[in-house]
Design a protein around this ligand. Sequence first.
Ligand SMILES: NC(=O)c1ccc[n+]([C@@H]2O[C@H](COP(=O)([O-])OP(=O)(O)OC[C@H]3O[C@@H](n4cnc5c(N)ncnc54)[C@H](O)[C@@H]3O)[C@@H](O)[C@H]2O)c1
Length: 336
Amino acid sequence: MHSIAILGAGMMGNVHARAYRAMGEISSLWIIDPVESRAKAISEKYGANVASFEEVLENGVIDIVDICTPTFTHGELAVRALEAGKHVFCEKPVALKIEEARAMDGAAKKSGRKFMVGHVVRFFPQYIRVRELAVAGDIGEIVMARLYRGGSFPSHGIDNWFADIDKSGGVFVDLSIHDFDFLRKLLGPVKTVEARSVALSSERKKDSFDHGMAILRFESGALAHIEGSWAEPTGMPVNFGTFYEFVGTKGMITNSYERETTLRLQTSIDGKPKYSQENTAYYDPYAEELKSFILSIDEDREVPVNGQEAVESLRVALAANLSAKLHRPVELSEVF
Ligand SMILES: NC(=O)c1ccc[n+]([C@@H]2O[C@H](COP(=O)([O-])OP(=O)(O)OC[C@H]3O[C@@H](n4cnc5c(N)ncnc54)[C@H](O)[C@@H]3O)[C@@H](O)[C@H]2O)c1
């Protein structure tokens, strides 16, 4: 049984509070937010105690700190919580700068506490399934991939922080990082990134952009095309969606939010064409992710997404930002 303090009572704070309550194995839940009304709303809905961050650090009963605050605040909060002896779960992206992310990872290693970053796409059923099929060799060696993730601008963010590239990192760092992380896990290290970005919606701030495309070349030789968007109009029938297509030497797997059937597998093994489709089971991926973190603590084993992996995914996203800015391909070795 754990006592968990959630920092940030915004969109993700609500998602995490709901997931912890659904688990039923929590001895107490705490909520911290400078905006009193937000903390109060979570407190009433999920039976959480309202506290300050200092109170959390001093409270010996609270053993887990879960960071759901705007990205530019992650570094300091995580390091202070780890130094106070707490296990830390931190929403993605881990931070906005490599040095800061490395400091968080370093603090975790020094403290001996668990530190996990919320790359939740690894826990979504249709992504788990594509990985299973790929690992089983159903489509042979993956040589190319196309992924899309997007919707309208995330204007729910407090003080419109997503619109400021110095606070959110922009659409590659905040949104496409989900796909960068998943691809890294599936296809291995990235070698080069070439990206372009445009500014379409009126809600972003000067110097920021809200639609981007990146082409990743992996050390394996595979190529991936990733598109991320915050620029779809509001009021669309589906507010947010994802798409993927993985093409291997023996077939392809596709999945799109625009189709009712969630996953299609087309293969040609030994000259025999085969087609199948399936609906992957649905469950709450955020709850699965947080359960896996708690299990890592209980069984004292490595977390599914550690600080080092989060640093590597951040490097790819920052390489995309740099490439879009310089209008040239960027070697991953340039971002360190
Ligand atoms: N995994 C996902 O699918 C996913 C989805 C959306 C957002 N995120 C990430 O989650 C994080 C939070 O995003 P959000 O959409 O919930 O933002 P949000 O703006 O809805 O909520 C952030 C909350 O944090 C509070 N806050 C700010 N500073 C704080 C501090 N020092 N201590 C405690 N609370 C503080 C704010 O008052 C606000 O209530 C970001 O890093 C974002 O990138 C992840």
